[in-house]
Design a protein around this ligand. Sequence first.
Ligand SMILES: Nc1ncnc2c1ncn2[C@@H]1O[C@H](COP(=O)(O)OP(=O)(O)OP(=O)(O)O)[C@@H](O)[C@H]1O
Length: 278
Amino acid sequence: MYILETKDLHYSYPDGTEVLKGVNFKVKKGEMVALLGPNGVGKTTLFLHFNGILRPTKGEVLIKGKPIKYDKKSLLEVRKTVGIVFQNPDDQLFAPTVKDDVAFGPLNLGLPKEEVERRVKEALKAVGLEGFENKVPHHLSGGQKKRVAIAGVLAMEPEIIVLDEPTAGLDPIGASKIMKLLYDLNKRGITIIISTHDVDLVPVYADRVYIMYDGKILKEGEPREVFRDVNTLRKANLRLPRVAHLLEILNKKDHLPVDLGFTIGEARRILKDLIVKN
Ligand SMILES: Nc1ncnc2c1ncn2[C@@H]1O[C@H](COP(=O)(O)OP(=O)(O)OP(=O)(O)O)[C@@H](O)[C@H]1O
Protein backbone atom coordinates (compact mmCIF):
# COMPACT_ATOMS: atom_id res chain seq x y z
CA MET A 1 0.00 0.00 0.00
CA TYR A 2 1.16 3.53 -0.77
CA ILE A 3 1.09 6.27 1.86
CA LEU A 4 0.06 8.70 -0.89
CA GLU A 5 -1.28 7.92 -4.33
CA THR A 6 -3.06 9.74 -7.12
CA LYS A 7 -5.09 7.82 -9.67
CA ASP A 8 -5.78 9.31 -13.09
CA LEU A 9 -5.83 12.79 -11.54
CA HIS A 10 -7.28 15.54 -13.72
CA TYR A 11 -7.60 19.18 -12.82
CA SER A 12 -8.72 22.30 -14.66
CA TYR A 13 -8.79 25.73 -13.00
CA PRO A 14 -12.17 27.55 -13.00
CA ASP A 15 -10.98 29.73 -15.93
CA GLY A 16 -10.70 26.54 -18.01
CA THR A 17 -6.89 26.09 -17.86
CA GLU A 18 -6.43 22.33 -18.05
CA VAL A 19 -3.34 21.51 -15.99
CA LEU A 20 -3.43 17.87 -14.81
CA LYS A 21 -4.35 15.36 -17.50
CA GLY A 22 -4.23 11.99 -15.76
CA VAL A 23 -1.44 12.01 -13.16
CA ASN A 24 -0.52 8.72 -11.49
CA PHE A 25 1.87 9.46 -8.63
CA LYS A 26 2.75 6.97 -5.89
CA VAL A 27 4.80 7.38 -2.74
CA LYS A 28 5.75 4.66 -0.26
CA LYS A 29 6.01 5.31 3.46
CA GLY A 30 9.45 6.61 4.42
CA GLU A 31 10.50 7.58 0.90
CA MET A 32 12.02 10.85 -0.24
CA VAL A 33 10.54 11.59 -3.64
CA ALA A 34 11.38 14.46 -5.99
CA LEU A 35 9.08 15.86 -8.68
CA LEU A 36 10.80 17.61 -11.57
CA GLY A 37 9.32 19.44 -14.52
CA PRO A 38 9.41 22.68 -16.47
CA ASN A 39 7.87 25.92 -15.16
CA GLY A 40 4.10 25.96 -15.32
CA VAL A 41 3.72 22.20 -15.85
CA GLY A 42 1.52 21.83 -12.77
CA LYS A 43 3.76 20.70 -9.90
CA THR A 44 2.21 23.16 -7.44
CA THR A 45 -1.26 22.30 -8.72
CA LEU A 46 -0.56 18.59 -8.11
CA PHE A 47 0.79 19.26 -4.59
CA LEU A 48 -2.30 21.29 -3.67
CA HIS A 49 -4.32 18.10 -4.21
CA PHE A 50 -2.26 16.16 -1.65
CA ASN A 51 -4.04 17.66 1.35
CA GLY A 52 -7.31 18.52 -0.31
CA ILE A 53 -6.73 22.25 -0.95
CA LEU A 54 -7.75 21.53 -4.55
CA ARG A 55 -10.36 18.96 -5.51
CA PRO A 56 -9.77 16.88 -8.65
CA THR A 57 -11.95 17.44 -11.69
CA LYS A 58 -11.60 13.68 -12.30
CA GLY A 59 -9.66 10.86 -10.60
CA GLU A 60 -8.73 10.62 -6.93
CA VAL A 61 -6.12 11.12 -4.23
CA LEU A 62 -5.61 8.35 -1.69
CA ILE A 63 -3.89 8.81 1.65
CA LYS A 64 -2.88 5.52 3.28
CA GLY A 65 -5.13 3.74 0.80
CA LYS A 66 -8.24 5.82 1.53
CA PRO A 67 -9.62 8.33 -0.99
CA ILE A 68 -9.69 11.88 0.38
CA LYS A 69 -13.21 13.01 1.25
CA TYR A 70 -13.86 16.69 1.08
CA ASP A 71 -16.02 17.31 4.16
CA LYS A 72 -14.54 19.50 6.92
CA LYS A 73 -13.83 16.66 9.37
CA SER A 74 -12.08 14.43 6.81
CA LEU A 75 -10.01 17.34 5.52
CA LEU A 76 -8.82 18.12 9.06
CA GLU A 77 -7.64 14.50 9.39
CA VAL A 78 -5.87 14.66 6.01
CA ARG A 79 -4.13 17.91 7.02
CA LYS A 80 -2.86 16.26 10.21
CA THR A 81 -1.23 13.58 8.04
CA VAL A 82 0.00 15.71 5.13
CA GLY A 83 1.72 19.05 5.72
CA ILE A 84 2.52 21.40 2.85
CA VAL A 85 5.32 23.96 2.79
CA PHE A 86 4.59 26.51 0.07
CA GLN A 87 7.16 27.80 -2.37
CA ASN A 88 7.09 31.34 -1.00
CA PRO A 89 7.35 31.42 2.81
CA ASP A 90 5.66 34.84 2.80
CA ASP A 91 2.45 33.00 1.79
CA GLN A 92 2.75 30.88 4.93
CA LEU A 93 4.08 33.18 7.65
CA PHE A 94 1.77 35.78 9.12
CA ALA A 95 2.04 35.82 12.94
CA PRO A 96 3.91 38.60 14.79
CA THR A 97 6.58 36.24 16.15
CA VAL A 98 8.26 33.01 15.04
CA LYS A 99 6.89 31.24 18.12
CA ASP A 100 3.29 32.30 17.36
CA ASP A 101 3.66 31.23 13.75
CA VAL A 102 4.86 27.74 14.61
CA ALA A 103 2.20 27.43 17.35
CA PHE A 104 -0.66 28.39 15.02
CA GLY A 105 -1.37 24.91 13.61
CA PRO A 106 -1.17 22.96 16.89
CA LEU A 107 -3.34 25.62 18.64
CA ASN A 108 -5.93 25.18 15.89
CA LEU A 109 -5.95 21.45 16.59
CA GLY A 110 -7.13 22.41 20.08
CA LEU A 111 -4.09 20.90 21.81
CA PRO A 112 -3.33 21.87 25.43
CA LYS A 113 -0.91 24.80 25.98
CA GLU A 114 1.91 22.60 27.35
CA GLU A 115 1.70 20.26 24.34
CA VAL A 116 1.76 23.24 21.95
CA GLU A 117 4.84 24.63 23.74
CA ARG A 118 6.58 21.24 23.53
CA ARG A 119 5.86 20.98 19.81
CA VAL A 120 7.03 24.53 19.08
CA LYS A 121 10.28 23.93 20.99
CA GLU A 122 10.95 20.63 19.24
CA ALA A 123 10.10 21.95 15.78
CA LEU A 124 12.37 25.00 16.15
CA LYS A 125 15.14 22.76 17.45
CA ALA A 126 14.75 20.39 14.48
CA VAL A 127 15.16 23.26 11.99
CA GLY A 128 18.06 24.83 13.92
CA LEU A 129 16.18 27.97 14.98
CA GLU A 130 16.37 27.76 18.76
CA GLY A 131 16.62 31.29 20.13
CA PHE A 132 14.53 32.73 17.28
CA GLU A 133 11.23 32.39 19.18
CA ASN A 134 10.55 36.12 19.57
CA LYS A 135 11.87 37.31 16.21
CA VAL A 136 9.52 38.86 13.65
CA PRO A 137 9.17 36.34 10.76
CA HIS A 138 9.22 39.05 8.09
CA HIS A 139 12.58 40.33 9.31
CA LEU A 140 14.27 36.97 8.73
CA SER A 141 16.37 35.95 5.74
CA GLY A 142 14.88 33.77 2.97
CA GLY A 143 16.54 30.63 4.32
CA GLN A 144 15.42 31.35 7.88
CA LYS A 145 11.84 32.03 6.73
CA LYS A 146 11.86 28.70 4.91
CA ARG A 147 12.96 27.02 8.15
CA VAL A 148 10.17 28.71 10.12
CA ALA A 149 7.64 27.54 7.51
CA ILE A 150 9.02 23.98 7.81
CA ALA A 151 8.88 24.23 11.63
CA GLY A 152 5.22 25.28 11.38
CA VAL A 153 4.45 22.14 9.43
CA LEU A 154 6.62 19.94 11.66
CA ALA A 155 4.74 21.15 14.74
CA MET A 156 1.64 19.44 13.31
CA GLU A 157 3.65 16.19 13.50
CA PRO A 158 2.59 15.04 10.01
CA GLU A 159 3.57 11.70 8.49
CA ILE A 160 4.16 13.30 5.09
CA ILE A 161 5.74 16.68 4.35
CA VAL A 162 5.30 18.12 0.87
CA LEU A 163 7.61 20.99 -0.06
CA ASP A 164 7.19 23.11 -3.17
CA GLU A 165 10.69 24.05 -4.38
CA PRO A 166 12.30 24.13 -0.93
CA THR A 167 15.64 25.35 -2.28
CA ALA A 168 14.30 28.10 -4.58
CA GLY A 169 15.85 31.48 -3.89
CA LEU A 170 18.47 30.13 -1.48
CA ASP A 171 22.22 30.43 -1.92
CA PRO A 172 24.04 27.11 -2.59
CA ILE A 173 25.01 26.60 1.05
CA GLY A 174 21.49 27.48 2.22
CA ALA A 175 20.03 25.06 -0.34
CA SER A 176 22.34 22.25 0.80
CA LYS A 177 21.46 22.93 4.44
CA ILE A 178 17.72 22.71 3.72
CA MET A 179 18.21 19.45 1.79
CA LYS A 180 20.30 18.05 4.67
CA LEU A 181 17.51 19.04 7.09
CA LEU A 182 14.93 17.25 4.90
CA TYR A 183 17.22 14.23 4.69
CA ASP A 184 17.48 14.12 8.51
CA LEU A 185 13.69 14.44 8.89
CA ASN A 186 13.28 11.64 6.35
CA LYS A 187 15.68 9.45 8.34
CA ARG A 188 13.43 10.09 11.36
CA GLY A 189 10.64 8.38 9.42
CA ILE A 190 8.81 11.32 7.80
CA THR A 191 7.91 10.76 4.16
CA ILE A 192 9.17 13.71 2.10
CA ILE A 193 7.93 14.90 -1.29
CA ILE A 194 9.62 17.86 -2.95
CA SER A 195 9.40 19.66 -6.26
CA THR A 196 12.62 21.12 -7.53
CA HIS A 197 14.61 22.26 -10.55
CA ASP A 198 17.86 21.46 -8.77
CA VAL A 199 19.14 18.43 -10.67
CA ASP A 200 22.48 18.48 -8.83
CA LEU A 201 20.96 18.03 -5.38
CA VAL A 202 18.21 15.61 -6.39
CA PRO A 203 20.39 12.54 -7.09
CA VAL A 204 22.11 13.02 -3.73
CA TYR A 205 18.97 12.88 -1.65
CA ALA A 206 15.97 11.43 -3.50
CA ASP A 207 15.02 7.74 -3.43
CA ARG A 208 12.80 8.22 -6.44
CA VAL A 209 12.24 10.86 -9.09
CA TYR A 210 9.14 11.74 -11.11
CA ILE A 211 9.28 13.86 -14.24
CA MET A 212 6.16 15.74 -15.20
CA TYR A 213 5.41 16.99 -18.68
CA ASP A 214 2.27 18.17 -20.42
CA GLY A 215 -0.01 17.39 -17.49
CA LYS A 216 1.21 13.83 -17.01
CA ILE A 217 4.08 11.83 -15.52
CA LEU A 218 6.59 11.33 -18.30
CA LYS A 219 8.99 9.13 -16.38
CA GLU A 220 9.60 7.79 -12.87
CA GLY A 221 12.29 5.72 -11.25
CA GLU A 222 15.44 5.80 -9.18
CA PRO A 223 17.61 8.87 -9.86
CA ARG A 224 20.25 6.71 -11.58
CA GLU A 225 17.67 5.39 -14.03
CA VAL A 226 15.94 8.72 -14.70
CA PHE A 227 19.14 10.73 -15.13
CA ARG A 228 20.37 8.27 -17.73
CA ASP A 229 17.43 9.18 -19.95
CA VAL A 230 18.89 12.32 -21.48
CA ASN A 231 16.12 12.73 -24.09
CA THR A 232 13.36 12.74 -21.48
CA LEU A 233 15.26 15.24 -19.34
CA ARG A 234 15.78 17.60 -22.27
CA LYS A 235 12.11 17.29 -23.25
CA ALA A 236 11.20 18.45 -19.76
CA ASN A 237 13.58 21.48 -20.00
CA LEU A 238 15.95 19.86 -17.51
CA ARG A 239 19.66 19.45 -17.76
CA LEU A 240 21.81 16.58 -16.55
CA PRO A 241 23.45 16.79 -13.13
CA ARG A 242 26.99 18.24 -13.55
CA VAL A 243 28.70 14.90 -12.92
CA ALA A 244 26.46 13.11 -15.41
CA HIS A 245 27.12 15.86 -17.95
CA LEU A 246 30.88 15.35 -17.62
CA LEU A 247 30.28 11.64 -18.04
CA GLU A 248 28.27 12.26 -21.22
CA ILE A 249 31.10 14.39 -22.69
CA LEU A 250 33.75 11.80 -21.77
CA ASN A 251 31.67 9.07 -23.37
CA LYS A 252 30.51 10.86 -26.51
CA LYS A 253 33.35 13.25 -27.36
CA ASP A 254 36.37 11.48 -25.90
CA HIS A 255 35.04 7.92 -26.41
CA LEU A 256 35.99 7.04 -22.84
CA PRO A 257 33.32 4.63 -21.60
CA VAL A 258 33.83 5.57 -17.96
CA ASP A 259 30.96 5.57 -15.47
CA LEU A 260 31.25 8.27 -12.83
CA GLY A 261 27.80 7.81 -11.33
CA PHE A 262 25.62 10.85 -10.73
CA THR A 263 26.87 12.48 -7.57
CA ILE A 264 30.17 14.03 -6.51
CA GLY A 265 30.44 11.28 -3.86
CA GLU A 266 30.12 8.47 -6.43
CA ALA A 267 32.50 10.18 -8.89
CA ARG A 268 35.06 10.65 -6.10
CA ARG A 269 35.00 6.95 -5.17
CA ILE A 270 35.30 5.82 -8.80
CA LEU A 271 38.09 8.29 -9.64
CA LYS A 272 40.01 7.35 -6.48
CA ASP A 273 39.80 3.67 -7.47
CA LEU A 274 41.00 4.47 -11.01
CA ILE A 275 43.93 6.54 -9.75
CA VAL A 276 44.96 3.93 -7.18
CA LYS A 277 44.82 1.13 -9.84
CA ASN A 278 47.04 3.09 -12.24
N1 LIG B 1 -5.57 30.04 -10.00
C1 LIG B 1 -5.26 29.75 -11.26
N2 LIG B 1 -6.12 29.96 -12.26
C2 LIG B 1 -5.82 29.66 -13.54
N3 LIG B 1 -4.66 29.10 -13.93
C3 LIG B 1 -3.75 28.84 -12.96
C4 LIG B 1 -4.00 29.14 -11.59
N4 LIG B 1 -2.90 28.78 -10.86
C5 LIG B 1 -2.03 28.26 -11.76
N5 LIG B 1 -2.54 28.29 -13.01
C6 LIG B 1 -1.88 27.79 -14.25
O1 LIG B 1 -1.68 26.40 -14.10
C7 LIG B 1 -0.47 25.99 -14.70
C8 LIG B 1 0.37 25.21 -13.71
O2 LIG B 1 0.83 26.07 -12.69
P1 LIG B 1 1.68 25.50 -11.45
O3 LIG B 1 1.95 26.67 -10.55
O4 LIG B 1 0.99 24.33 -10.88
O5 LIG B 1 3.02 25.04 -12.19
P2 LIG B 1 4.44 24.63 -11.59
O6 LIG B 1 4.86 23.39 -12.29
O7 LIG B 1 4.38 24.56 -10.10
O8 LIG B 1 5.36 25.85 -12.07
P3 LIG B 1 6.75 26.45 -11.47
O9 LIG B 1 7.84 25.46 -11.72
O10 LIG B 1 6.92 27.69 -12.31
O11 LIG B 1 6.52 26.77 -10.01
C9 LIG B 1 0.20 27.26 -15.23
O12 LIG B 1 -0.09 27.36 -16.60
C10 LIG B 1 -0.51 28.38 -14.47
O13 LIG B 1 -0.55 29.56 -15.22
